[in-house]
Each structure stands twice: as structure tokens, then as C-alpha cells.
Design a protein around this ligand. Structure first.
Ligand code: C2E
Ligand code: MG
Ligand code: MG
Length: 542
């Protein structure tokens, strides 16, 4: 209770304890502003109430002077006492605990709980603010998207606790690369964002990007393991690559996409064409939706040749899409889109059914039966019902299981090794053949390879390309051939284009080959003619 001079007339124990004020006697007569350290503006409000008599509540004040800070809410009302005295009631509640919860909630809404870094929403805010400066010509803003290469694989093969630890350690390392004015955040999954202010030019951004790569290059120590990581980095700069957070992040994402496409572990700056590329992708994607609805695709067929006899020994079905305006689109451009939007499942089933039916059709024409090979995508392979679907299609089309071969890349199997190996065994028990496609480019270890129980290894094109000239590629190819044979598998070389490559493969006992040197992928009619003709590979017997 205060008098008109705002001095204490009466003060209860609760308030005294709250402010650690001692006895009531020690408080009486002292001014409220001095006693509780209330601000001038609150003293002003007390005077207003005294003058107008209007009650006030919800007046926040704080004491930043004490450790951790404390927060209070005050209410004031005026009372005319019977004795003719005017008094003010000053009521205080300590709301520190609520305030701390509120602050924490606000913090959590803006930070990533795992790494404690700013989250997407805070990054957007900060980036939008920074862009406003850039628009006014007050500096350059660099946005850098950092993606840990093949992180998904770590998460899926070693577990998410392990993956989380990688992310935490990566976050700590990224923080070290920053100057005070910069921000690093995590926008989801294994995506980190850096906002760099006051950069002079692209070269400055490059310096930071290289620093990031160095920071991530040292081995990660996790659960007693040493793990090596690389990162792909996409960079966009404002002004120029975007006017606001949304545009700038989109540009950086396009640059990141390019960095990954260039083989990962790359730094890539945004270029205007990348947006055109993204737009083309959107345009293609809408066409792809329509095509997928009616399965307006085609299969081309590429023969494989036995290198002992020179005769055709199998045929691989390869998916083709002819866009009504853009012409034939490469599988590398549209299969990832089908995978992203889930359409690969119905389209993949269509491929399986169409290719099996074609194999039967050739047999019915009196052509010698060949094994037909079909590529499976990750989404298809990891679906629970794969075996059922395969079995059903074999039954429907009447193709014997031994004439079906499924090609699966190592990285697809490695996405979830235990389940993958189980699926391979189930497929195998149906009596079909299994091939590991693009062998040498994935990350499977030899111990896994043994568990795959595959029949065939397909050596990736990238090794075959230079076998005749590059000693390393020659050694790798020779090693894969020996490895396959030691593990009782057949081995086939993909992408054979020249006599010199063929010669190398013959000399090194490769079992089969596939490539333009013998035949490109063919339309049904061309392939039918080719098979009827009984064309053989001509080579000098060694
Ligand atoms: P892949 O299974 O490794 O197929 C081999 C690729 O190499 C094919 O490309 C083929 O046309 C090409 N090729 C064959 N011989 C040569 C050669 O001598 N030189 C060169 N430079 N290339 C050669 P394509 O048809 O563009 O297919 C690319 C990839 O798309 C395939 O790689 C496969 O992973 C995927 N794919 C194709 N069809 C399907 C499908 O029906 N389903 C799924 N999930 N993936 C498919
Ligand atoms: Mg293949
Ligand atoms: Mg391949």
C-alpha cells in the first residue's frame, strides 16, 4: 500500500520475500521505485492512477540486475479511505517461471531440437531481413546450402541414433566456420544452410565453402567408429540470384542439385540456366504425369553377348519416354522424377509385365528363349509386395522364372541392407536371376556382396570407358572379373563401344558384354529382326 508520494505504507510478507526486503519496518516510508527498482515509466503509471483513479493491470516489469533476470506483473488501483486518505494498492506477481517457459517455447519454435541450430523458420526470417539490406544496395548476402553426401545411407544402414550423432557433430563443425555476423541453420534432414553477410564477392563465398569442406573432412568419431564424410554445396548470392529468402533458397537448391549431379563433394554457384532447368523439369513432370496415367512409354531392348560363343545370351529392357513436344527423354532425366512422385511403382510394374510379355511373344515366334533383364528402382525394390508382384506377372504372362533377370544397383540394396538381402533371397527362391548393376560405383563391402547371392555382376560403364588406355580402370575391371569368378558369379561389361575394349575383356576372361559395339538398345521391330537374323559378335578367337 503506497501513499500519494509513492512511499510504502504497508507491505506484506509475500512481497517482502519476493524481493528479499527483510522486515516490514525496514521498508516503511521508502519510495517504491527505490525499494523494488521499478522503472520510471511504471512510476509514471502509478502517478496517472493517482490522478485519474482508473485501475490498471498487466503491467510488466523486470529486474535484469539480478542473475538470470526476474519478471513481474503489476496491478494498481486507487482507494479513498474512510479517514479521507488516498492510497494506492500496488499488487505484484512473480511470472518468471511462465516467462522462462514462454522463452523456451519461442526458442524451440525457431531452433532445431537436435543440433540447436536455427530452424527453417528462423533462417527464413534472417534471410528475408538480410535480403532487404541487399536490395537497398547495402551489401551482398551469400546463401550456402550444405548437404552431407550419402547421409541417407548412414542413417539407414547404421541407424538413426548414429545419424543424429553425425548431424550434431557436423553442426558443431559448421559453427566454427562462421564469423559473428553469419548464421548456420538446419532446415531438415541433412540440409544445413549458411547465411553470410557482408561478403565482398563470389571469391569470399568460395573461401568459406572450402573452409566448410575442410571442417567436414576430418574423420567423425562415432560410437568407436571413424567415419569419413563429404558434402555437396550450392551457393546463391543476393542481389542477383534472388530478391527474398524464398528465391534465394530456391537458387541455392538448384546449385546444390547441380553439385550433386556433378558427382557430389562439389561446390557449385547458381547460374541462371539452372532455374530454366528447374522450370523444364516442372514442365516435363506435368507431361510425365499424363504419360504415366496411360503408360505412354516404350521399352527398347539391348542384347547381351556371350564372349565365348559370340552369341546373344540375354536382352535388357530399357525404358523410353517420348514427350509429345520434346522428343525422346533420357531415363536419367525422368526416372528420378517418377521415383520422387511414387509413379515409378505402377510404371515399374508396367515395365515388368510388358517385358515379360515380349519375351514370351519372341518365344512364340519360334525365336530361341532368352533371359530378359529388367531394372528395378529403389522404391520398387524396397516395397513389401515386390515378390508377389513378380510372381503374379510371371504367372500372367506365362514366362518361366529362369528367363527373368532383375538388375539392382548396390546402392539400392545398401539403402536397407538386411531387408534388401532378405528380398534378394526371396526373389532368388522364385527361380529368377539376379544381377548387381553398375557394380563398382556403390558402397557395398565384399562381405555384403557375398550375402547378396547374385548371379551376375555388371561392371559399370565408367570403368569400361577407358580400360584400353587407363591402367587404373584396367586393374579395377580385371579385379572385378576375378572377384566375380571367385565368388562363382558371372560377370558382364556394360557400355562396350570399341574393339580395343572388347579385346581387353576377351583377354581377361570376361563372360559377357553389352554395348553399342554389338548393338544399341533397339525398338521391338528392330530387335525382333536382329534376333531372327541370329546376329553374332565377330571376334578373333584368342
Ligand atoms: P543401366 O541399367 O546401367 O543401363 C545401361 C545404360 O547404358 C542404358 O542407358 C543404355 O542405353 C546405355 N548403354 C548401353 N550400351 C552403351 C554403350 O555402349 N555406350 C554408352 N555410352 N551407353 C550405353 P539408358 O537406357 O539411358 O538407361 C539409363 C539407366 O536408367 C539404366 O542404367 C537404368 O539404371 C535406368 N533404367 C532404364 N530403364 C529402366 C526401367 O525400366 N526401370 C528402372 N527402374 N530403371 C531403368
Ligand atoms: Mg541395367
Ligand atoms: Mg548399368
Amino acid at each position: 500500500m503506497l501513499d500519494t508520494a509513492l512511499r510504502v505504507r504497508q507491505i506484506n510478507k509475500v512481497l517482502r520475500d519476493m524481493f528479499d526486503l527483510g522486515t516490514e519496518d525496514a521498508c516503511l516510508g521508502r519510495s517504491i521505485s527505490e525499494l523494488l527498482g521499478v522503472s520510471e515509466s511504471l512510476t509514471g503509471t502509478l502517478e496517472d492512477v493517482l490522478e485519474c483513479g482508473e485501475m490498471r493491470s498487466g503491467l510488466a516489469f523486470e529486474r535484469p540486475d539480478i542473475e538470470d533476470g526476474r519478471y513481474y506483473l503489476a496491478g494498481i488501483s486507487k482507494a479513498e479511505m474512510e479517514e479521507g486518505q488516498t492510497l494506492l494498492f500496488f499488487m505484484v506477481s512473480d511470472i518468471t517461471a511462465y516467462k522462462k517457459i514462454e522463452e523456451r517455447a519461442q526458442y524451440l519454435a525457431q531452433h532445431d531440437a537436435l543440433t540447436d541450430l536455427p530452424n527453417r523458420s528462423l533462417i527464413y526470417d534472417r534471410l528475408d531481413n538480410a535480403c532487404a539490406f541487399a536490395r537497398r544496395g547495402e551489401g551482398t548476402v551469400v546463401t550456402m546450402l550444405i548437404d552431407l553426401d550419402r547421409f541417407e545411407l548412414i542413417n539407414q544402414s547404421l541407424g538413426s541414433t548414429y545419424g543424429d550423432e553425425v548431424l550434431k557433430q557436423a553442426a558443431t563443425r559448421l559453427n566454427v566456420c562462421l564469423r559473428e555476423s553469419d548464421t548456420v541453420g538446419r532446415t531438415g534432414g541433412n540440409d544445413f544452410v549458411m547465411i553470410l553477410l557482408k561478403m565482398n564477392d563470389a571469391a569470399d563465398a568460395m573461401t568459406v565453402a572450402k573452409k566448410v569442406r575442410v571442417a567436414l573432412a576430418a574423420p567423425f568419431q562415432i560410437a568407436g567408429d571413424q567415419l569419413y564424410l563429404t558434402a555437396s554445396i550450392g551457393i546463391a548470392v543476393a542481389p542477383g540470384d534472388g530478391d527474398n529468402a524464398h528465391e534465394l533458397l530456391r537458387s541455392a537448391a538448384a546449385a546444390l542439385h547441380q553439385a550433386k549431379k556433378d558427382g557430389r563433394n562439389q561446390i557449385c554457384f547458381f547460374q541462371a540456366e539452372m532455374n530454366q532447368h528447374a522450370q523444364r523439369n516442372m514442365y516435363l513432370e506435368s507431361g510425365l504425369f499424363r504419360a504415366a496415367e496411360n503408360f505412354k512409354f516404350e521399352l527398347h531392348y539391348q542384347p547381351k553377348v556371350n564372349l565365348r560363343t559370340g552369341k546373344i545370351c540375354g536382352i535388357e529392357a530399357l525404358l523410353r519416354w517420348e514427350h509429345p513436344e520434346q522428343g525422346v527423354i533420357e531415363p536419367v532425366d525422368f526416372i528420378p522424377m517418377l521415383e520422387e512422385n511414387g509413379l515409378i511403382v505402377p510404371v515399374g510394374t508396367w515395365v515388368l509385365r510388358t517385358a515379360c510379355a515380349q519375351a514370351v511373344a519372341w518365344q512364340n515366334m519360334g525365336i530361341k528363349p532368352y533371359c530378359i533383364a529388367i531394372n528395378l528402382s529403389a522404391v520398387q525394390f524396397h516395397r513389401q509386395d515386390l515378390c508377389v508382384v513378380v510372381q503374379q506377372i510371371l504367372k500372367e504372362t506365362g514366362l518361366e522364372a529362369k528367363y527373368l533377370e532383375l538388375e539392382i544397383t548396390e546402392s539400392i540394396i545398401m539403402k536397407n541392407v538386411d531387408r534388401g538381402v532378405k528380398t534378394l533371397h526371396e526373389l532368388k527362391s522364385l527361380g529368377i536371376k539376379l544381377a548387381v548393376d553398375d557394380f563398382g560405383t556403390g558402397h557395398s563391402s565384399l562381405s555384403y556382396l557375398k550375402r547378396f547371392s547374385a548371379d551376375v555382376l555388371k561392371i559399370d560403364q565408367s570403368f569400361i570407358r577407358d580400360i584400353a588406355t587407363d591402367a587404373d580402370d584396367a586393374t579395377i575391371t580385371r579385379t572385378i572379373i576375378d572377384l566375380a569368378h571367385n565368388m562363382r558369379m558371372q560377370v558382364i561389361a556394360e557400355g562396350v563401344e570399341s574393339a580395343a575394349q572388347l579385346d581387353f575383356l576377351l583377354r581377361n576372361n570376361c563372360d559377357e558384354m553389352q554395348g553399342y559395339y554389338f548393338s544399341k538398345p533397339l525398338t521391338i521391330d528392330d530387335c525382333t529382326a536382329f534376333l531372327k537374323e541370329g546376329r553374332q559378335l565377330a571376334f578373333a578367337a584368342k
